[in-house]
Design a protein around this ligand. Structure first.
Ligand code: 13P
Ligand code: SF4
Length: 322
């Protein structure tokens, strides 16, 4: 029998917790003013960061666009390393900080620039589309990057019959179901989303009766086949806010349900969810330290940065079309 846990808005950030956190939030706000800094937080941050410390929240594409638009001198990226690197690529004049250098990503760890060069040699003339969840070195070897919210539009923007898609095999497979373009896959995966199974989702559906299922495209195909909506983290939040289902399973990282619960008090969020150990390295404490000591600065070697920037800029020109 599946264990069922339900998240309600009132459970997420109780008033006593907000009062207890006020001193550290005051420190963070003071440091932000002194540094002309902002905290840009990914949707997987814990609710204390998401609701109390962030100036902007969003998916990978929104965080990349923010880096283009902000007038702040310093961006503290409350997310993982590739997100901070992307912000630095887009806006090299800004100081971009990540509060914990170990906040990585299993997808980014699963491919190197050398791997992309080998793929190109195996498939001459086929353009390489690379998910932003990669190092700058891998982006530098790619024609264009994409995020989960614009992957189909990016693939179709190239006007070709075939693309090489790296590194997420599941996002690549999902893209292939949405377009006539042939997709050559790399076998990378996200350690958080690959753990969900179609059988687990069926069990929940059987036990819970009427329930909406929305899933991130990094999930395996048998999970996505059961979803009412597949999209980026921001796409998932927008879907729940628009449809206000009475019960929903968000098949993704656990903080998503916590973060959206406040704006959707009539919706119950039913687990399963999995934690990303990389995202969970970011805390209010290390955000405060990051602002106080201006660490850890993201620096990218100029030869890599120039080529990686081209791939990211080309993506931003395609825009978000999910
Ligand atoms: P999004 O761009 O959808 O926020 O995804 C980023 C990510 O790392 C999901 O695991
Ligand atoms: Fe990477 Fe997966 Fe964590 Fe997203 S959830 S940062 S893809 S390991």
């Amino acid at each position: 029998m599946t264990t069922i846990e339900i998240t309600r808005a009132s459970d997420v950030l109780p008033e006593e917790e907000v009062v207890a956190l006020q001193p550290i939030i005051d420190d963070i706000n003071r440091l932000k003013r002194e540094r002309n800094a902002i905290v840009a937080a990914h949707n997987y941050m814990t609710p204390d960061i998401y609701h109390l410390a962030a100036d902007i929240t969003g998916d990978s594409l929104a965080l990349a666009n923010l880096a283009l638009e902000t007038e702040a001198d310093v961006i503290v990226l409350a997310g993982v390393h590739f997100m901070a690197e992307t912000a630095k690529l887009i806006n090299p004049a800004k100081t971009v900080l990540i509060p914990d250098l170990e906040a990585g990503c299993s997808l980014a760890d699963g491919i190197t620039g050398e791997d992309v060069r080998r793929l190109r040699a195996e498939h001459p003339g086929i353009p390489v589309v690379t998910y932003v969840n990669t190092s700058a070195e891998v982006k530098a070897e790619s024609d264009i990057t994409c995020t989960s919210s614009n992957a189909v539009a990016v693939v179709e923007s190239l006007g070709v019959d075939r693309v090489i898609f790296t590194p997420d095999q599941y996002l690549g497979r999902w893209v292939a179901t949405q377009t006539d373009v042939d997709v050559i896959l790399w076998e990378g995966s996200c350690m958080v989303h690959e753990r969900f199974t179609g059988a687990e989702i069926s069990d929940y559906k059987r036990d819970m009766g009427e329930i909406s299922v929305i899933a991130h495209p990094e999930c395996p195909p048998d999970v996505l086949a059961q979803a009412d909506y597949v999209g980026s983290t921001s796409g998932m939040i927008e879907w729940v806010q628009l449809h206000q289902p009475s019960q929903v399973m968000m098949i993704t990282e656990c903080s998503m349900a916590d973060n959206v619960a406040e704006s959707t008090p009539d919706t119950q969020y039913v687990r399963p969810c999995n934690l990303c150990p990389h995202m969970k390295r970011i805390t209010l404490e290390n955000i405060r330290t990051s602002l106080a000591s201006l660490t850890h600065r993201i620096e990218i070697p100029p030869d890599v940065a120039g080529r990686a920037r081209q791939a990211v800029t080309r993506m931003l020109e395609v825009g978000r079309k999910d």
